[in-house]
Write a protein that binds this ligand. Structure first.
Ligand SMILES: Cc1cc2nc3c(=O)[nH]c(=O)nc-3n(C[C@H](O)[C@H](O)[C@H](O)COP(=O)(O)OP(=O)(O)OC[C@H]3O[C@@H](n4cnc5c(N)ncnc54)[C@H](O)[C@@H]3O)c2cc1C
Length: 457
């Protein structure tokens, strides 16, 4: 193997990092500090040719292979114990075409990188909530966030992807070329190949009227019902995710709120800025909120609003549900666990997936939950390894408690290592077609360090 690795080093423009190298620990560090995997080889690819070399090397040498882009996956799927990591984090080119309103994006980019590049042209892609997340993994799982109600998921704006298959072949997937693969990539995660570029359609969005509003925990029941009503009847330009949280004990939060458990909504209004105050008048009249930081801001500021609160290196444990209805019992169970939130990093969010997301039919992309109203994510997060167990237990108990009110299955991007039947359930009636396409493009399940779709025997 030693000689083969020496040969490999000669063939790459990127970098081969091995366990004895001084930058090995840095290279195997990902966003979630709960993950501690030791790959045999980390191949930092510089370009598509490198990716092809990496895939062929992994396959020819019988190595287990993982794909790393932004390194944000909660379950640590960017890394593989004892195997080969195809690391795309330095492939960071972005080309925006302002006339066509499109962007061609390499997989090493974060949401922040993409926001920066598109915002200067008055454009934006519907992506996620934190600027540090990787565009690649987020998109392949679906990609939901502040612009979902007005612009759909990230995959609903994907025009084309270039993919290195398990065979080492480079193909273009779009509506005409490999349409089956293109269908599967839109929600099927990293199961089908290494995506080396994404071409997206962009929306003409620059500034939004957005930010958080909090109410005291005693008003949680009323607030959740109010939120349900407002968002049910709202036009697609109004988005808000509901949360239970503890107010962080520091600036810029008012001292009297520090460490208070509260409920809140983080809003994002993309309609006319002149109309914004009027739209929010009835919302502000429900209350008043104990904190109201909703104001006009550039879209990238909203996407980075919580980045300082969640630096790299925290311990994360995730769980998620699809939710369609906030019944009385569901609200009560959420309040019970929300009131026990263990610290100011842990939280639950209800991300809306209605509006424009519902305008695409379930069978048009692999992402199958076009009829649910929310993805609920529950995260137990702490900087202290000694508290990892405590936040994990809170997260699991919360998840179990609200399970009777959920739709079954979960969004693959918010899953840890969970039962295979939950992956299957999340794809609903699309799972069978995903298995067929997996069997065609990756019959040996070479790409299996992911929320796996197994090929047929
Ligand atoms: C703080 C935080 C906030 C988040 N917010 C949101 C949100 O608002 N909306 C949302 O939808 N998700 C969100 N997520 C979840 C996020 O979408 C997933 O964690 C996703 O996997 C991150 O992508 P990445 O490129 O950083 O992943 P990585 O950890 O690098 O990769 C994860 C997996 O994705 C696949 N993959 C990645 N790149 C490629 C590629 N180029 N080709 C093929 N497969 C690939 C592989 O299976 C890989 O194992 C958030 C995560 C975090 C930690």
């Amino acid at each position: 193997m030693k000689t083969k690795i020496e040969e490999l080093k000669l063939r790459t423009k990127g970098e081969i990092i091995l366990p004895n190298d001084k930058n090995y620990d840095e290279a195997r560090t990902i966003y979630n500090a709960m993950i501690d995997k030791h790959p045999a080889i980390i191949f930092k690819c510089k370009d598509v040719d490198d990716v092809i070399v990496a895939v062929n090397f992994g396959r020819e040498n019988g190595l287990e292979v993982s794909i790393r882009s932004g390194g944000h996956n909660g379950a640590g799927l960017a890394l593989v114990e004892g195997g080969l990591v195809i690391d795309l984090s330095i492939m960071k080119d972005i080309k925006v075409n302002p006339e066509k309103k499109t962007a061609k994006v390499q997989p090493g980019n974060t949401l922040r990188d993409l926001d920066k590049a598109t915002h200067e042209h008055g454009l934006a892609l519907p992506v996620g909530i934190n600027g540090t997340t990787g565009v690649a993994g987020l998109t392949l799982g679906g990609g939901l966030g502040y612009l979902s109600r007005i612009g759909g998921l990230a995959i609903d704006n994907l025009l084309e992807a270039e993919v290195v298959l398990a065979s080492g072949a480079l193909v273009t997937a779009n509506a005409i070329s490999h349409p089956d693969l293109f269908w599967a990539l839109r929600g099927g995660g990293g199961n089908f190949g290494v995506v080396t570029s994404f071409t997206f359609n962009l929306l003409p969005i620059t500034n939004v009227y957005a930010g958080p509003m909090f109410w005291p925990m005693e008003r949680a029941e009323e607030a959740m019902k109010f939120y349900d009503e407002v968002t049910k009847n709202a036009s697609n330009d109004l988005y808000g995710f509901f949360a239970f949280l503890m107010v962080p004990p520091g600036d810029p939060f008012p001292k009297e709120l520090h460490n208070q458990k509260v409920c809140g909504i983080v809003w994002c209004y993309t309609g006319s800025m002149e109309k914004a105050e009027e739209v929010f008048k009835p919302i502000r009249e429900f209350g008043p909120p104990i904190l109201d930081w909703v104001s006009e801001m550039p879209m990238p500021s909203l996407n980075g609003l919580f980045d300082d609160l969640y630096p790299e290196g925290l311990q994360w444990y995730w769980r998620a549900h699809y939710v369609n209805e906030l019944t009385h019992e569901c609200i009560q169970e959420n309040i019970k666990h929300g009131a026990n939130v263990p610290n100011f990093h842990s939280t639950t969010h209800f991300y809306p997936i209605d509006g424009k997301v519902h305008e695409t039919a379930q069978e048009d992309t692999a992402w199958a939950n076009r009829d649910a109203r929310w993805v609920q994510v529950i995260v137990g997060v702490t900087p202290e390894p000694s508290e990892a167990d405590k936040v994990t237990q809170w997260c699991k108990a919360y998840h179990e408690g609200v399970a009777p009110y959920a739709e079954g299955g979960a969004y693959v991007n918010f899953m840890m290592k969970e039962r295979q039947d939950r992956v299957k359930a999340g794809y609903k009636g699309n799972y069978g077609r995903l298995v067929q396409i997996k069997t065609k493009y990756d019959p040996t399940n070479f790409f299996h360090i992911n929320q796996n779709i197994k090929p047929a025997d």
